[in-house]
Design a protein around this ligand. Structure first.
Ligand code: ADP
Length: 188
């Protein structure tokens, strides 16, 4: 792999935002916090092949609150019938939510700091539209700002309105490095 190719990949990345390289939400393997970690669920997890699994509240895939690390499951017996919530709640993995328009390089800087290498990607709704052109909600702005900061998963602020943000994907360091290495050299 040539250095030139990587350099070109890096230049391509400057133009890209998180939504261009993320894994689409429909393809994200997630678990409900209510799911029981029985043999069947354990098999599903291991068949997925992923090491980090977003955990959502109830049956609302838009409300991801936590991450389950496959390594957290090492000490759990198959017949304990413990819930995802118990394990994920106990280990309290940090969850980062970023805006879909965040530049990829900005997120790469965060990943480089090393606290986490995975983030959920959200689309913030235009509140203005839903309120007939009147700009109302600075509570909403506040919520989005808080959500975009690193928060303990369990302390994710409640949205003032349901579905104030919509999750659109998941991104890891792997998605970014992949993009770097796959750059095509094209003549424009
Ligand atoms: P892992 O460590 O689980 O293999 P990587 O960080 O190596 O994950 O990412 C590999 C690819 O899998 C990336 O494209 C990433 O977006 C995607 N990915 C990671 N976790 C999940 C998940 N839970 N569901 C769907 N795709 C995922």
């Amino acid at each position: 792999l040539s250095t030139l190719k990587i350099a070109i990949g890096a230049m391509e990345l400057i133009k890209k935002s998180v939504k261009d390289v993320m894994t689409d939400i429909d393809d994200v393997f997630m678990l409900s916090e209510d799911q029981v970690l029985n043999a069947e669920t354990m098999t599903k997890i291991s068949d997925s092949g992923y090491t980090r699994i977003p955990v959502y509240e109830g049956n609302n895939r838009n409300k991801v609150k936590n991450l389950l690390y496959v390594t957290d499951l090492a000490l759990i017996g198959k017949d304990n019938n413990i819930t995802v919530k118990a394990v994920a709640g106990f280990n309290k993995r940090r969850l980062r939510i970023v805006d879909e328009n965040m530049p990829v390089l900005a997120l790469m800087d965060e990943f480089k700091m090393g606290e986490y290498h995975l983030a959920m990607v959200a689309k913030a709704h235009d509140v203005k539209k839903h309120h007939h052109g009147k700009f109302v909600d600075d509570k909403m702005d506040n919520f989005i700002m808080k959500s975009m900061k690193l928060v303990e998963a369990t302390m994710l602020p409640e949205a003032p309105e349901d579905h104030a943000i919509t999750l659109v994907g998941l991104i890891t360091l792997e998605d970014i490095t992949e993009e770097l290495l796959q750059a095509e050299i094209t003549d424009e």
